[in-house]
Design a protein around this ligand. Structure first.
Ligand code: ATP
Ligand code: MG
Length: 571
């Protein structure tokens, strides 16, 4: 019998460290038992799988603890932000099955942030600095030497107030002045050395237009928005750990201001490790470069680590969730192997994908003793892993396509595919015996010949005869032409985003996309929708690409059947 205390400890262990922190806050009665989180993307690009790791946690915690999670667009830099990104972000979050309670924007708080800034100037907590960015940077000092105080630091409050208004009036150029918090130029945490609170940006904002010319900085805006919104747990990535004391400092000032709310709750920032994946980059800035310089075909290029890229490539939302669940949340930075993601995709698609037959590198097979003009509809099981998935019919006839590499004229002993004098099974159809082949002037095989045994049709007793190889095939007369796009890793090196790889563009894999134009697929595929999850028998997982139009089918390879990258295309 298990001791109840042991059981409790075990359950505790299965929580991640963020859940443990929340549970201990709840146990202490903090925030009146409320749990509220937010996901705060900046609408300056499409979401990547790293963002999914963040928002699955944010939305997941709210759900688990019966709280709210708002989607809050962190739109404090109008030069890079756009509505296109806002819409794409919403779409991608929903695709992964997450739901927000409300949608907010940091810009909803611009007025409050402004009012608070004025209070802070009045209280001697902030001042206008007219030095250039370079001068300010020079005065920062180093972690071991104190910084130098700005000559404007002790200017009269009235002067700062007037200049702050001016910063927002539109009459000043960008960089003319900034609002800085007046904290401590000798502080051991560099973020406390009079951090910037506001800068001038003269660019229309995607929501507030030209109303503002002075925009708040992240460190000032983020915690305040959290507080004003009622967030209790503000989850972010590890690089913000050193910002946490400043986050708390600004919130404390807010609590002492006229904007303080009556609620007994204040946000607590908790940091976890970012997701980094091998053979790709995970920064919006770098992904934007790939898009802008046409190094990929847009944000949803199936080679991109964006959620829209993975969707187009044929990844299911469940497979991404499975991967995120497996890697977990820790306090240590790591580089996760992309093969972990791929094995999660295989595992999920194995249960989900409809099995179809496609031939990517066709060679003709003639069944010489099969009646001319006869067509049999064979039964093809849609998914052997799922009894409820049913089956569909695939036409069989005298002339078939098979894969070129499934035939070998002089085969080694261990070759269990087609070679003269040996039997193989045609999937869902008959056992055939190869009788020979034709070759062109260059010795290239043009046609393979075989005889079928009519007693071996699937379901007949003779069909159980021991035969080593099973091949997929298509009836030449009935199948459909298709274009198949094979994707490989986008980069040649494991960690293209590493600091030493300053120009990651030079590290792109030149063979990351291979387009096969002369492929065929069974007629059943014509009725399937873009985005359907498919398994091409014996080849891999595929999906129908959105470039499919007017009956011309285009497929993307999602992932191979096994972890053997490039095997199909390099053969
Ligand atoms: P990038 O560095 O890719 O531009 P970002 O941090 O600037 O990303 P935001 O839109 O600010 O992008 O991110 C929204 C949230 O997603 C933040 O809370 C951030 O911590 C989190 N996030 C961003 N990248 C990752 C990642 N690779 N792994 C986990 N969380 C991430
Ligand atoms: Mg950011």
């Amino acid at each position: 019998m298990t001791n109840p205390i042991d059981k409790e400890t075990i359950e505790k262990k299965s929580l991640n460290f963020v859940e443990q922190a929340i549970e201990s806050d709840l146990a202490e009665g903090k925030n009146n038992g409320k749990v509220q989180t937010r996901f705060p993307p900046e609408p300056n690009g499409y979401l990547h799988i790293g963002h999914a790791k963040a928002f699955i946690l944010d939305f997941g915690l709210a759900k688990k603890y019966g709280g709210k999670c708002n989607l809050r667009f962190d739109d404090t830099n109008p030069t890079k932000e756009d509505n296109e990104y806002v819409e794409a972000i919403k779409n991608d979050i929903q695709w992964l099955g997450c739901e927000w309670d409300n949608i907010y924007y940091a810009s909803d708080y611009f007025q409050d942030l402004w009012d608070l800034a004025i209070e802070l100037i009045k209280g001697g907590h902030a001042y206008i600095d007219e030095q250039s960015a370079e001068e300010i940077a020079k005065q920062k000092g180093t972690p071991t030497t104190p910084g130098v105080e700005s000559p404007y630091r002790n200017r009269p409050i009235e002067e700062s107030l007037a200049l702050f208004e001016k910063m927002n009036s539109g009459e000043l150029e960008e960089g003319a002045m900034v609002l800085r918090a007046k904290i401590d130029m000798a502080h051991s945490n560099m973020h406390f050395r009079d951090p910037l609170m506001y800068r001038i940006i003269k660019h229309p904002h995607h929501r507030t237009g030209t109303k503002w010319n002075a925009y708040p900085m992240y460190d000032y805006a983020h915690g305040q928005s959290d507080y004003l919104e009622g967030v209790t747990h503000s989850i972010c990535t590890l690089e913000f750990e050193v910002h946490r004391p400043l986050y708390n400092y600004f919130i404390k000032l807010l609590e002492g201001s006229s904007l303080a709310h009556q609620e007994d709750s204040r946000p607590r920032q908790i940091e976890f490790n970012r997701l980094n994946l091998t053979y790709t980059v995970m920064s919006k800035r770098k992904l934007l470069t790939l898009v802008k310089e046409n190094l990929v075909n847009g944000w949803d290029d199936p080679r991109m680590p964006t959620l829209c890229g993975y969707r187009r490539r044929g990844y299911s939302p469940e497979s991404i969730r499975l991967f995120i669940e497996r890697i977990g949340y820790t306090k240590y930075e790591a580089l996760n192997d992309i093969s972990l993601l791929e094995s999660a995709v295989r595992e999920d698609l194995n249960k989900r994908a409809t099995r179809v037959s496609a031939v990517l590198d066709p060679i003709k097979l003639v069944i010489t003793n099969y009646p001319e003009g006869q067509v049999e509809m064979m039964d093809a099981v849609n998914n052997p892993e799922d009894e409820t998935a049913g089956s569909h019919a695939i036409p069989f006839s005298k002339e078939l396509w098979i894969e070129r590499n499934d035939f070998m004229e002089d085969a080694p002993k261990k070759f269990f595919r087609m070679t003269p004098g040996k039997e193989v099974r045609l999937k869902n159809a008959y056992i055939i015996n190869c009788t020979g082949c034709d070759k062109d002037a260059n010795g290239k095989v043009t046609t393979v010949y075989a005889e079928y045994d009519p007693q071996t049709k699937s379901g007949m007793p003779e069909a159980n005869r021991r035969v080593k190889g099973t091949l997929h095939w298509l009836s030449t007369e009935h199948c459909l032409p298709a274009e198949v796009r094979l994707y490989d890793r986008l980069f040649k090196v494991e960690n293209p985003g590493a600091e030493e790889n300053a120009d990651f563009r030079n590290l792109l894999n030149p063979d990351s996309l291979k387009v096969l134009k002369n492929c065929y697929i069974e007629p059943f595929a014509a009725g399937l929708e873009v985005g359907s999850y498919l398994q091409f028998q014996r080849i891999g997982y595929f999906t129908i690409d959105s470039d499919t139009q007017n009956g011309s089918l285009v497929f993307n390879r999602t992932v191979g059947l096994r972890d053997s990258w490039g095997k199909i295309n390099k053969k």
